[in-house]
Design a binder for this molecule. Structure first.
Ligand code: SAM
Ligand code: SF4
Length: 319
């Protein structure tokens, strides 16, 4: 289905939990999130129904996210059932990778096509600092297991933070010589009340091109133009730049989001939400039409002083 700005909505990001086994500083509060009553969250059946309703309106790509989707007990069943929904061509997952050693094989068997794995630093002490509680080795083991399980086209998502990991840009880019991955640098977004970052932390993705001038442009990634792609001569993998702050991609936005507590969001950076909890599939379908028709043309520009208008931290949206 098309929205009022002639954008065909094809992509649903479904957050299946707000909980996480890490506490990244830019994403969630230090003490985690309050565990909610089951009755406040979508059930597995409601999630599957919502995916069916979206597919009936033309959505063909699903990304399962969170919080950390792999901490959700029934994640395999959710993947299995949503991958079988007629019209859904691709189910992907965004994960911090820590639980992949346990789950990569089952995810593959459940029909998950692709993995995006988040990794902001290659240095153990910095990993522990940014995630507050994580161990770099666990994330690296997760990436290796994903290769072993047969996942191809793995993407590594790295949030670029001035003064924290900009000195590692080249090391991240060099990962594409070692592994056939797409390393994607994502600009830090000022969300709700997460992260007490200084102005200097918000750096533009252009910094990547300044630090590694050998990168050759390959154009956009063909999936709605979210990432601009580059390659180091001779590298197996590619480098993607995602610039929601310095060059937002609203004009080609083809996505809607559903939060774990049952709210559809027409735009990541808006506070507008549509509840679907307790609805029948027919009611959900009507509600989703409203969501699509209320997608704004674009969101406000974000900056150090202008935070996102979304009234949630990222772990409660899904990225
Ligand atoms: N836990 C999973 C993970 O970390 O991959 C999935 C959920 S996480 C909210 C999805 C993505 O959002 C991650 O790649 C994370 O780095 C990114 N993210 C979270 N907060 C962000 C922020 N303030 N600015 C930019 N990216 C952010
Ligand atoms: Fe958890 Fe992902 Fe947020 Fe980090 S970015 S706290 S791993 S949900």
């Amino acid at each position: 289905m098309k929205d009022t700005f002639n954008r065909e909505i094809r992509y649903l990001r479904l957050s299946i939990t707000e909980l996480c086994n890490l506490r990244c500083r830019y994403c969630m509060p230090a003490d985690g999130v309050e565990k909610k009553e089951h009755s406040e969250m979508l059930t597995e059946d409601e999630m599957v129904m919502a995916v069916e309703a979206c597919a009936s309106l033309g959505v063909n790509k699903l990304r399962i996210t969170g919080g950390e989707p792999l901490v959700k007990k029934n994640v395999i069943s959710i993947c299995d059932r949503t991958a079988a929904v007629p019209g859904i061509k691709e189910v992907c997952i965004t994960t911090n990778g820590v639980l992949l050693p346990k789950l990569a094989g089952d995810l593959k068997a459940a029909g998950v096509k692709r993995l995006n794995i988040s990794l902001d630093t290659l240095e153990p002490a910095k990993y522990e600092y940014i995630t507050r509680i994580g161990k770099l080795d666990d994330a690296l083991k997760g990436i290796e297991t994903a290769f072993d399980a047969g996942f191809e086209k793995i993407k590594i998502n790295s949030v670029l933070i001035g003064g924290f990991n900009d000195d590692e840009i080249e090391n991240f880019v060099r990962l594409t010589e070692k592994w056939p991955v797409e390393v994607r640098f994502i600009e830090l977004m000022p969300m709700y009340d997460s992260g007490d970052f200084k102005e200097a932390s918000f750096i533009k993705n252009e910094e990547v091109l300044k630090r590694v001038p050998d990168l050759v442009s390959l154009g956009d990634d063909g999936s709605g133009g979210v990432a601009r792609l580059y390659r180091l001569p001779g590298a197996q993998g590619t480098v993607g730049l995602i610039s929601p702050v310095s060059a937002h991609f609203c004009r080609t936005c083809n996505r809607i989001r559903l939060t774990a507590d049952g709210k559809f969001k027409p735009c990541l950076h808006s506070s507008l939400e549509y509840d679907i909890r307790g609805m029948t599939k027919e009611e959900m379908t009507e509600q989703i039409k409203k969501v699509i028709m209320s997608k704004p043309e674009k969101h406000e520009e974000l900056s150090y002083t202008k935070r996102s208008e979304a009234n949630r931290n990222m772990n409660r949206i899904g990225g």
